[in-house]
Design a protein around this ligand. Structure first.
Ligand code: ATP
Ligand code: MG
Length: 294
């Protein structure tokens, strides 16, 4: 049985129970998405929990997660459906030579010869699913246009077979890293959620959730330092994913404090560009000692 949240509070607690700590706007938009049946476009920098939100929603709503990973050159055959040519060919070959073409044709363009790709799977599913269209900004505008039709009508037409209409309405999440501007037409059809780096207390909570055994004071110093590093003008500021990795590394090393030596030795977990490392060493490395020990 799939779950339907009764309030924003409900969905917020439900997501927490799956291990995802939503901010206020995340809980609100997720709630509206389940109620209004509109797709959600989630944008934000790398590693702030865009993909994870879809996974957590699927878990909480007790629905299957159907995921379409986008990439440059992704086409309908890989996103919607494709005919299983080999199987069709075999079917034709096994047919007695005097069989009529129309009979064979009716047969080989049936469901049995169709290879479902994620969008078709989500539309055709009898049980409602969560559909994640991940990193939509990696595809081109033609693909986006095709998607628009699907997202407004929730149906796919197959010329040889007819139209497949969604019987259960999927919750749809699209994510984007903002590498290109998406079309207005797409944005208009979606609810919008901007996910940013979290506030200190929120990030502390996330870090503690992932590494409950890390000493409190170390976790606090970690999020303070991460915030300082993010304030610098870096090529790639550390994301939540890096905060968690750092917390795990510190836990493994048995760190009781992040002193200057520990910071120097482990900072490559959070900073991953040669030039960024230099900036962080110079600007934050100096201050680590004076932050007070844990
Ligand atoms: N609110 C949160 N609560 C708990 N964990 C979180 C939260 N936000 C992010 N995380 C953790 O951060 C990590 C990165 O998240 P995720 O993979 O969803 O990032 P993303 O935004 O999809 O990044 P990318 O753009 O690189 O794909 C995950 O391991 C996830 O568990
Ligand atoms: Mg992602």
């Amino acid at each position: 049985m799939s779950v339907l949240p009764a309030s924003v509070q409900d969905i917020s607690e439900g997501l927490r129970a799956t291990g995802y700590l939503p901010g206020d706007s995340t809980a609100l938009v997720s709630f509206l998405a389940t109620k209004l049946g509109k797709p959600v476009l989630v944008e934000g920098p790398a590693g702030v929990g865009k993909t994870e939100l879809a996974k957590a929603l699927a878990k909480y709503l007790d629905r299957r997660l159907v995921r379409l990973q986008c990439y440059e050159g992704l086409d309908e055959a890989k996103a919607l459906y494709e005919w299983n040519y080999r199987k069709q060919l075999l079917r034709i070959q096994t047919e007695a030579s005097d069989a009529g073409w129309s009979k064979v044709q009716d047969d080989i363009f049936g469901e049995e010869f169709l290879l479902e790709r994620p969008l078709m799977t989500a539309i055709a599913s009898k049980e409602p699913v969560v559909l994640l269209i991940d990193e939509i900004d990696k595809t081109d505008q033609e693909f986006e246009a095709m998607l628009l039709e699907l997202l407004s009508d929730f149906q796919i037409s197959i010329p040889e077979m007819g139209t497949v209409v969604a019987t259960s309405h999927p919750v749809v999440l699209l994510t984007s890293n903002n590498t290109r501007e998406l079309t207005e037409a797409l944005k208009r059809r979606c609810l919008y959620l901007w996910l940013d780096y979290p506030a200190l207390e929120h990030e502390l909570e996330i870090v503690k959730l992932h590494t409950p055994d890390l000493p409190d004071a170390v976790a606090r110093k970690l999020v303070d330092l991460i915030a300082m590093v993010r304030d610098l003008d870096l090529k790639k500021p550390p994301s939540i994913a890096e905060s968690i990795d750092w917390a795990r590394a510190l836990l493994l090393l048995g760190a009781q404090d992040i002193d200057p030596a520990m910071f120097r030795d482990t900072m490559s977990v959070i900073v991953k560009h040669r030039t960024d490392l230099d900036i962080v060493t110079e600007r934050v490395g100096m201050k680590v000692g004076s932050l007070g020990s844990a």
